[in-house]
Ligand binder design. Structure first.
Ligand code: IMP
Length: 179
């Protein structure tokens, strides 16, 4: 791995493909222990989580379903400012064990608004699994049951995460360089 440039910004190697794979293997083992007999539904949030979700799902050693959604936020539709809505959630959530898969939790704003919408549909349980978490940046209350890596509050790219649309195809994760 060496330094790369995307849209004129420099990024330095941060998490190798091997380290990511090892962590996903551990997450899959934890999920296998907790959900073996529960036939859970995984809900992966597009776009960023598509690679993480695929790699994690392949490692699960039990019966499980997966679906993909996008979240849209609207300004000015309510007096509170933001409304987060799921696009493409076409599966019944009621009485199902739900695990939401997210590439990265940054401020936590998106999920903090969206998870109550899922709760309102009365799932049997609802947990969050994030590959990356920036604890210093997280300003909204959010319980992450399964975390891959806790990372500093710096912009990262690769393994599904983008910088202005690019970099998702990188097999490892890079961090914005200081200079
Ligand atoms: P939050 O609502 O602030 O937690 O935002 C979460 C979303 O912001 C993630 O799903 C990503 O799409 C995006 N995001 C946050 N931090 C980064 C980053 O470091 N690199 C790429 N995307 C990021």
């Amino acid at each position: 791995m060496s330094r790369i440039t995307i849209h004129g910004r420099d990024f330095v190697p941060f998490l190798s493909a091997e380290a990511i794979d090892a962590t996903i293997t551990e997450l899959a083992a934890e999920l296998t222990k907790d959900y073996r007999d529960k036939k859970p539904m995984f809900i992966a949030i597009l776009n960023g989580s598509f690679i993480f979700a695929a790699d994690l799902f392949k490692k699960l050693e039990f019966e499980a379903e997966i679906c993909f959604i996008k979240l849209a936020s609207y300004k000015g539709t309510a007096s509170t400012g933001h409304v987060i809505t799921a696009i493409g959630l076409d599966v019944p959530v009621q009485n199902r064990h739900i695990v939401v898969l997210e590439d990265i939790v940054d401020t936590g704003k998106t999920l903090n608004s969206f998870l109550p919408q899922l709760h309102n549909q009365h799932p049997a349980s609802l947990k969050l699994c994030a590959l990356l978490h920036k604890p210093e940046a997280t300003a909204y209350p959010l319980e992450i049951a399964y975390t891959g890596f806790s990372i500093p509050d710096k912009f990262v790219v690769g393994y599904g995460l983008d910088y202005d649309g690019y970099g998702r195809n990188l097999p490892s994760i890079y961090q914005l360089a200081d200079n």
